[in-house]
Design a protein. Structure first.
Length: 106
C-alpha cells in the first residue's frame, strides 16, 4: 500500500484502511466496493483524483487491488425488463384462446 499519498480530507488514507480490512477478511477474493453518494459529496471525493473528468457520473479507483466505484446518486437507473402479462377477464378466457396453432382448418 502506498503510504506517501495524502489527500485533503484523509479520504485516501481511510480507503486504505478499508482495503486492509477487506483483504484481511477475504485474502483470495476480488473485491469491488460501490458507493453511491450525493452530488456535494461526489464532487468532494472527485477533487482528490486528478484523472477524473467532472462530466462523468461515476469513476473508479484501485487501492491495492480493491476497486472503489463512486457513483453519483440517482445516476444508476435499473430498468425493469420483465413484462407483466395483462390480467384476463372471464370474457377473454371464453372468446380468445392463447394458442400457437390457428383455429381455422383448411
Amino acid at each position: 500500500m502506498e503510504e506517501d499519498k495524502k489527500s485533503i480530507d484523509g479520504i485516501i488514507e481511510k480507503l486504505a484502511l478499508i482495503t486492509d480490512g477487506i483483504q484481511t477478511l477475504f485474502p483470495d477474493g476480488k473485491t469491488v466496493v460501490v458507493i453511491e453518494i450525493d452530488s456535494k459529496e461526489y464532487k468532494k471525493i472527485q477533487k482528490n483524483f486528478r484523472d477524473v473528468d467532472s462530466v462523468y457520473n461515476q469513476f473508479k479507483i484501485d487501492v491495492s487491488g480493491v476497486e472503489f466505484v463512486f457513483v453519483l446518486e440517482d445516476s444508476l437507473k435499473i430498468k425493469d425488463t420483465t413484462k407483466e402479462e395483462p390480467k384476463r377477464t372471464i370474457w377473454d378466457k371464453l372468446f380468445f384462446r392463447k394458442s400457437s396453432k390457428t383455429s381455422i382448418k383448411n
